[in-house]
Design a protein around this ligand. Structure first.
Ligand code: DGJ
Length: 780
């Protein structure tokens, strides 16, 4: 029987740091059953914490100086034993070497640890030396919510256990509550922290990381997802070197340039073998993900809000919650690491009615019309798409104010009657009469200089009084750090979304933030601006998803400029990239899949020549890439030839038939576009019960004499027999070799055969794709 905490009253929102019980009584609650599969135990004799779920262990202990030391994070260790020996002695002046690594859970500077800190806080005397000593802990069933911040959650207390450890710096009264949640179902630990000023004078927090983790060696490759607009989240791998290496965003959003996610992997780690640690920050604003390798070859990893653009003043009694980091460990390669994140982010981060529903196939009018449309044109597109089986029509930018180009009207969220004489309601009802859902694009956080909103409230746009504001895409950013602006946007958007049968919203955000400053904040609190901005975004999202629980929200930021776990908690899918070229999308979707599930990735078939790169990729290949995600079309369907229309109708029907697999199956990466010459790429998605799968294989440039290729599949049942059916069936040599029943062992050990004869090689050309459907057949 699990004993629940009898003291303290940590609320469901987890605010009340003071309620953490201290010392002896906390130790008394530690006799947890050690043989449970998932346990959070605190051993009273050794002062050790052991989080365990049968796959991973996370260990910490109170050191002799009272600070909280880190012992271990990795493959599960036997519960009920002491791992005291894995820790370091705390710094003791000259009895140990200055700067020798001491692994601590939440390191601070100035006390003999010269590596990057987790916390820098300045009490009234201007010092930054803190000694955070253990003051108590408690173990909670389940997982409390984080105040005002998106976070992973549980649906039943049995799914997870949370340990809250209170640390206190006695001279200043600064308190830190460290939160650790171990989930039963995945090899992950979610960490976050709350900083509280328990003193009598204001404290300035200059750095408050979400987590810091010390690893005992530095023989790791740092894997990051980097790029820019239209080529987001490419996989970049580099070996760790002595010193600091980091990725960060200072743009006000998590950014196209770097995703708030890193992996440390051994150089020999592959998709299905070897060790990897994942670090994923559940946050959408300025961030830092950093690894420091010290002279003793230990590696310190820290993630959190970027300290470069942050400070926060805590008045006496005030507290600050920092975002969550999800740590994951895999001893079985990057694939298993992704499996853990995919499950957690699809099932216990994404929320709302659409979390578990299959998503509609949509047509978006952006690349078909840009700003140049009227109701008749839109209905023509919708009707034409409907004939091919498409289920939703999404009206993109240009429906409001006088938005004929990108120089005006953002902020004026009233319908442009020149274009839509019957209003949104009229259009939406006509779309619904076609048997389709209606979706709408909005960009709430922005304002155009040429807009009524700007005329009325020029001071609502972010900028430093007396200095010019930098425009980007001819627009300014509204100051969402201010409550009254969030209130205004909520009221306006509630009216818009309530004015018509809207069942889908694409929430865009098309520029980075410059001249960060809010007149609503005191001069010495301007360091709070960026974080308060993102809290405002979260607040607006929360209010809108609560008011409209049946609307499917899709996030977007000039494509994938804010594609992160923070936003995923509100919008269960995101527009992966503005780049719809299938070749580029192989790289983008592969990289994105390292951490994000297929259900989160909007993937569209667009016209050729492609609007971003001018490439002409066959329609089949464009679809064969877009299938692995949430399918949509972003082209003018009325411009398609009869053959193309038949092909699109077949694609939509095929996708619907296998939609569960494409959106919710286990995604298995087989051949990387980032390895070798990257010319051939393969991946697959497998049903949970392993009875169905779809494999995608892609060759970018054709070869005159291509090799006989075999792709070893993964994730099948070796004992099952699978019917292998190429799609669409065309009777070529590859198909004749595979169109038979083969064992799961055969397909995984020998591989699916990609063969071509000369005739095919000559006719297939560049940018080929092949798809294979695998269905288990009962032997007999
Ligand atoms: C950027 C988005 O990524 C595009 O899909 C489109 O919605 C445009 N903005 C509209 O301005």
């Amino acid at each position: 029987m699990r004993r629940r905490p009898t003291q303290g009253s940590l609320s469901a929102t987890g605010h009340t740091l003071l309620a953490v019980v201290v010392d002896d009584e906390a130790w008394d609650r530690d006799a947890e059953a050690p043989n449970r599969q998932m346990t959070a135990t605190w051993d009273r004799a050794t002062n050790e914490l052991h989080l365990h779920n049968g796959r991973i262990s996370y260990l910490a202990r109170v050191l002799e100086d009272g600070s909280l030391g880190h012992l271990y994070f990795g493959p599960a260790l036997m519960p009920g034993r002491s791992y005291w020996h894995l820790g370091h002695r705390p710094f003791e002046g000259f009895s140990n070497r200055v700067g020798e690594p001491i692994a601590r859970e939440y390191p601070t500077g100035g006390g003999g640890d010269f590596r990057v800190p987790a916390l820098v806080a300045e009490p009234a005397d201007g010092s930054t030396v803190l000694h955070l000593a253990y003051a108590g802990h408690r173990i909670l069933p389940g997982k409390p919510a984080l105040q005002g911040l998106p976070a992973t959650y549980v649906e039943a207390d049995e799914e997870a256990e949370t340990v809250e450890i209170l640390l206190r710096d006695a001279p200043s009264g600064i308190e830190v509550a460290l939160l650790y949640t171990v989930f039963a179902a995945a090899p992950v630990v979610a960490r976050s922290a709350r900083i509280r000023n328990g003193g009598t004078q204001p404290v300035r927090v200059r750095c408050a990381m979400s987590a810091s983790l010390d690893l005992p060696d530095a023989a790791w490759d740092l894997v990051q997802l980097s790029g820019t607009w239209a080529r987001e989240r490419h996989v970049v791998t580099r070996p760790l070197a002595p010193g600091r290496q980091s990725i960060a965003s200072l743009r006000g959003a998590s950014s196209h340039e770097h995703n708030p996610f890193i992996v440390l992997a051994r150089s020999r780690t592959t998709e299905d073998a070897g060790e990897a640690y994942g670090f994923s920050l559940v946050y959408s604003g300025n961030f830092l993900a950093e690894v420091e390798v010290d002279a003793f070859d230990s590696a310190r990893v820290r993630l959190g809000i970027s300290p470069e653009s942050f400070s926060w003043t805590l008045d006496p009694g005030a507290e600050l919650s920092v975002p969550e980091v999800v740590l994951a460990y895999s001893g079985a390669g990057l694939g298993a690491l992704s499996d853990a994140y995919h499950w957690l982010y699809r099932q216990r981060l994404a929320r709302g009615a659409w979390r578990d529903r299959v998503r509609p196939v949509l047509i978006n009018n952006w690349e078909a019309t840009y700003f140049d449309f009227g109701e008749a044109r839109l209905l023509e597109i919708a009707a034409s798409a409907r004939e091919m089986g498409i289920e939703a029509f999404v009206l993109d930018d240009g429906w409001f104010g006088e938005r004929d180009h990108d120089t005006s009207s953002l902020g004026d969220w009233f319908v442009d009657r020149r274009k839509l004489p019957d209003g949104l309601d009229g259009l939406a009802r006509k779309v619904e009469a076609l048997g389709m859902r209606f979706g709408l694009w909005i960009e709430p956080e922005m304002v155009s200089r040429r807009s009524r909103l700007f005329e009325e409230h020029p001071d609502w746009a972010i900028g430093v009084p007396g200095r010019p504001r930098t425009e980007s895409r001819n627009q300014l950013v509204l100051d969402l750090s201010r409550r009254e602006i969030v209130d205004h946007l909520f009221a306006v958007l509630r009216d818009v979304l309530g004015s018509a049968p809207i069942s889908y919203v694409k929430w865009d955000m098309n520029r980075s933030i410059t001249e960060p400053y809010s007149p609503a904040l005191a001069a010495d609190r301007q360091g709070e601006f960026f974080h308060r901005y993102i809290l405002g975004v979260y607040d607006l999202y929360e209010r809108l998803v609560t008011a409209f629980p049946d609307i499917l929200f899709e996030s977007c930021a000039g494509g994938g400029g804010r594609f992160d776990p923070g936003i995923l908690a509100y919008a269960p899918q995101g527009w992966t990239s503005d780049d719809t070229d299938a070749v580029e999308r192989l790289r983008i979707q592969w990289g994105t899949s390292l951490v994000y599930p297929l259900s989160s990735m909007g993937a569209h078939v667009a016209a050729v020549p492609n609007h971003q790169v001018g490439r002409v990729v066959p329609l089949h290949t464009r679809a064969a890439v877009a299938f692995f995600g949430v399918l949509g079309y972003e082209l003018d369907p009325t411009a398609l030839s009869p053959d193309e229309r038949r092909a699109v109708a077949d694609q939509v029907a095929f996708y619907k038939e296998h939609r569960e697999l494409f959106q919710r199956g286990r995604f298995v990466r087989l051949r990387s576009p980032f390895e070798g010459d990257g010319n051939e790429v393969a991946w697959m998605t497998v049903a949970d019960d392993r009875r169905r799968a779809v494999v995608g294989w892609y060759r970018i440039l054709n070869d005159p004499e291509p090799r006989l290729d075999r792709i070893r599949l993964r994730g099948l049942d070796p004992a099952d027999l699978y019917r292998v059916t190429p799609w669409p069936t065309a009777g070529d040599i590859t198909e004749s070799r595979n169109a038979l029943v083969r064992g799961g062992d055969d397909l995984m050990s020998a591989g699916i055969i990609i063969a071509s004869n000369r005739r095919e090689t000559a006719t297939r050309g560049d940018f080929q794709a092949r798809l294979f459907v695998l269905e288990a057949v009962d032997a007999g």
